[in-house]
Structures are given as C-alpha cells and as structure tokens.
Design a protein around this ligand. Structure first.
Ligand SMILES: [Zn+2]
Ligand SMILES: [Zn+2]
Length: 129
C-alpha cells in the first residue's frame, strides 16, 4: 500500500509535492504542470514546490488572496537553490507563465496560468511583461 499521492508524474515531480499541506487534497492543471516541467528542463536544476494546490482553509491560513489560482490548481510557488531569482523570472516569462510574483526577500516565485493579460508583480507593484 502506497502513501496517498505518492505518484511519480514525471522524472522531476511527484503528485504529493502539489498537495494541500492541511488536507492532502490536490488539483493540478496539466497546462501549469507542462510549463513547470519545461522550466525544470531548461534550467536543469531541482525545482522545489513551496506551495501548490490550496484548499480554502489553507489559502486563508497563509494569507492568500480570495481568488488565488492556488485554489484552482493553476498556481505554484517555487524556489531553486543557488539560482538568481531574477534569472528564474526571465526563464519563467520565456516559458509563458501568465502571472508571475517576484518575492525577493523570501526567495521564491509565484507562477500561474491565469487567462487574460499577463502580469509580473513585486509586492503591490507591477513590474513587467
Ligand atoms: Zn487543505
Ligand atoms: Zn503563489
């Protein structure tokens, strides 16, 4: 008997890495996942998922916005060791993540595949696309 969500999706990622930490439920958009694998391949370094799917309660707990794409399995927060966050941002833009949050102090990127206009933000400021 395996542990729930202990399923290798690709050589890079297992399903449990995307699950909600409070309830282990998980939603994962194939589009988001394809882009994430692309990013992983291009930078050729381990990509750590800080936050994948979140249920409502978990999203509240971590202070996420109410319409967060984490609630839909369409967003991930990631970090890569020994890799400039700004370089990671440039790669992520090239791969076509539509929403990118730049969190310099905590050294992670939020990536999502929202429909509509693309945006890159840092705190409350739009910084690009
Ligand atoms: Zn949960
Ligand atoms: Zn996020």
């Amino acid at each position: 008997m395996g542990i729930i969500n202990d399923i290798e999706l690709t050589e890079y990622f297992s399903l449990y890495e995307f699950e909600c930490p409070c309830c282990r439920r998980v939603m994962l958009s194939p589009d988001l996942f394809a882009r994430l694998n692309h990013l992983r391949m291009v930078i050729n370094r381990p990509v750590y998922i800080n936050s994948g799917y979140r249920c409502k309660e978990e999203n509240k707990r971590v202070g996420g916005v109410s319409g967060s794409y984490h609630l839909l399995g369409m967003a991930v927060d990631i970090h890569v060791k020994d890799f400039l966050l700004f370089d990671l941002l440039l790669f992520a833009q090239g791969i076509g993540f539509n929403g990118i949050g730049f969190y310099e102090k905590k050294n992670f990127l939020h990536l999502d595949i929202r429909p509509g206009p693309k945006r890159v933000w840092k705190g409350s400021k739009l910084i690009g696309y």
